[in-house]
Design a binder for this molecule. Structure first.
Ligand SMILES: [Zn+2]
Length: 230
């Protein structure tokens, strides 16, 4: 709510500017009309800009092209009742190597790129002293309901969500949510908590082990649902 009020106040301020923002010296990251840039750290305008990418596939692909991510577009199609791929991409590599290729909506891929750049890699260097080299995920697309709420489709049903299980570092160390979340004081535990906190700035919804037992082994990162961070 506080973030929403800050965004509303900022929008009002920008609308009252005497000159248009593009000529008024407002940096793109603080200009609500400027397209999102992967190089800019997420802020209160990021959810707004991500939502716009969800409505504009061409703009989204242009933004995604800024990320060091290898992907190919996937044709729009129904994959089951209430499950649909739209503006999705097949990702074979992100900033990191991945354990298996996966599908994501373009906007969720942009969120992933923001998170990896502004949260994952800086936190790895700061808290673990080595860069992340490989991301271990448990999948993205699944035509199913929210486990705890039968009848309501999961964001996984639109490839708007990714389940992240852990990482391998450049020095060979492995960090997994299942093994390392439990010790909040250890470097790996602090790293995973920093990732969870940071994900809440790049994605709309984030669930981790503290939410329920179903998430004991992964961070659920999603776009397009409600705003939550648990
Ligand atoms: Zn999930």
């Amino acid at each position: 709510m506080a973030a929403f009020l800050r965004a509303a106040a900022l929008l009002l301020l920008l609308l009252l500017l005497p000159t248009p923002p593009d000529r008024g010296g407002v940096p793109p990251r603080w200009n609500p009309w400027a397209p999102l840039r992967i190089a800019d750290a997420p802020n209160v305008l990021t959810p707004l800009k991500l939502a716009r990418l969800g409505r504009d596939g061409a703009l989204c692909r242009a933004v995604l092209a800024q990320a060091p991510l290898q992907s190919t577009p996937v044709p729009d199609r129904e994959i089951g009742p209430g499950c649909r791929l739209a503006d999705a991409v097949r990702i074979t590599r992100t900033r990191f190597a991945v354990n298996a290729p996966f599908l994501l909506s373009c906007r969720a891929a942009v969120s992933l790129a923001l998170w990896e750049r502004h949260t994952v890699q800086p936190a790895a260097m700061q808290l673990l002293g080595a860069p992340v080299q490989r991301l271990q995920h448990l999948g993205s697309l699944a035509c199913r309901d929210v486990a705890a709420r039968p009848g309501r489709r999961s964001r996984h049903a639109q490839a708007d969500a990714l389940d992240v299980a852990g990482f391998t570092l450049g020095d060979g160390r492995r960090v997994t949510v299942l093994r390392d979340w439990g010790d909040a004081e250890a470097p790996a535990g602090r790293f995973l908590r920093a990732l969870h906190r940071g994900a809440c700035r790049s994605f709309d919804g984030v669930l981790g082990p503290d939410y329920n037992a179903a998430h004991r082994d992964h961070l659920h990162l999603e776009l397009g649902g409600g705003r939550y961070c648990r």
